[in-house]
Design a protein around this ligand. Structure first.
Ligand code: UT7
Length: 333
């Protein structure tokens, strides 16, 4: 009997919409400046999905690239988890649409709602299906069309978000001591008042009034969220490093959720990880909610090719709920 069974990420895929919305473009839409956005957030531009196609369009393309890179047929996939707060529709789930569109004939799947922590929650879940021995191949996808729930008359939120998808193929790790070693996940629903969508759900279904009051968009009290995000993302990052007998110095890459460059810097500093080990894409893509972390991984795996076998990687996220968590990986390749 094989005693060691950890999961690992075999390949990653992404989808970035072609349309670029720059800070200068936003200056023409709301009362903002490139200077304010760059200094307060680190964002320079973001991608926007063309109208008329939904989340599953992006998630499907990310999944196809991920499978192509591994040379794995869609028929070999056992399960698909899509982390998102912007599904094509309430039901069926985006995972079902991806299953159909990639031709994953034997797979089942579901959507997972954890805001900006979505990918971390999805990857931890996928890893459990692999570790249990039940499945051999699970797709964990983070995909959000934030432009579909953003009020482009509200300067507090419209400058912050972008659209993108990232997919990871999770399989059993072939070598002992490597793979997804640990995770720590949290949620605290007392965060609801500070980051939510006011209407459209069962408590307040859509009506002419909810549309007129612009309640179908992201509502965020930025300063309140900022404080908790800095504290908790730093704490959970430190916690997973310590729990596994490591120090900040041992970490090759921190892949943090990209909500604000200032949150990322504070988190890295508290965890003792120098900024040259922190992967940043917020300047190019803004906050893509569930997609930020797989996009970071794609960067070091394929764009800059910086990952080596044995590298310790920490993924850390914080988002609506509140939700937050970290994953520790020892990279195998
Ligand atoms: O990803 C999920 C979790 N989300 C987060 O982690 C986001 C956490 N929050 C943040 O990243 C920051 O709080 C924001 C980027 C959202 C805002 O930055 P801030 O430094 O906290 O600004 P603020 O909300 O305290 O606003 C400061 C000022 C205000 O003006 P007054 O009241 O001081 O006159 C805002 O009205 O900046 C103003 N402001 C803007 N000015 C120009 C807000 N948005 C803009 C804007 N352009 N786009």
């Amino acid at each position: 009997m094989k005693l060691y069974r950890k999961a690992h990420i075999r390949s990653v895929g992404r989808f970035l919409p072609e349309k670029v919305l720059t800070n200068k473009d936003l200056e023409k839409i709301v009362n903002t400046t490139d200077e304010w956005i760059v200094t307060r957030t680190g964002i320079r531009e973001r991608r926007i999905l063309e109208p008329g196609v939904g989340n599953s369009y992006m998630a499907t393309r990310a999944a196809i690239e991920c499978l192509d890179r591994a040379g794995v047929a869609p028929e070999a996939i056992d399960a698909i988890i899509v982390a998102t707060v912007t599904p094509d529709m309430f039901f069926p789930s985006t995972a079902c649409l991806v299953q159909r569109d990639i031709g994953a004939k034997k797979a089942w799947g579901f959507d997972l709602s954890a805001g900006c922590s979505g990918f971390v929650f999805a990857l931890a879940t996928a890893a459990q299906f692999i570790e249990s021995g039940r499945y051999e191949r699970v797709l964990a996808i983070g995909s959000d069309v934030m432009s579909s729930i953003i009020d482009y008359t509200d300067r507090n939120t419209c400058v912050l978000f972008g659209d993108a998808a990232g997919a990871a193929l999770v399989e059993p790790c072939p070598e002992e001591g490597y793979g997804i070693l640990d995770f720590i996940l949290h949620c605290d629903g007392s965060g609801e008042p500070y980051l939510h969508m006011k209407a459209g759900g069962s408590r307040k279904p859509p009506s002419i009034e909810t549309v007129q009051k612009r309640e179908h968009y992201v509502y965020q009290e930025g300063r309140a969220v900022f404080k908790v995000a800095v504290t908790e993302m730093a704490a959970v990052t430190e916690a997973i490093i310590k729990k596994n007998g490591l120090r900040g110095d041992d970490i090759a890459f921190l892949l943090p959720h990209q909500a604000n460059l200032r949150i990322i810097q504070a988190c890295a500093e508290r965890a003792g990880i120098p900024m040259d080990k922190v992967v940043i894409n917020i300047d190019r893509y803004a906050n893509t909610t569930a997609a930020t972390i797989p996009l970071c991984l794609y960067d070091i795996l394929y764009d800059t090719k910086r990952i080596n076998k044995g590298d310790y990687i920490v993924m850390s996220a914080f988002g609506a709920g509140f939700t937050w968590g970290s994953i520790l990986i020892k990279w195998w390749e």
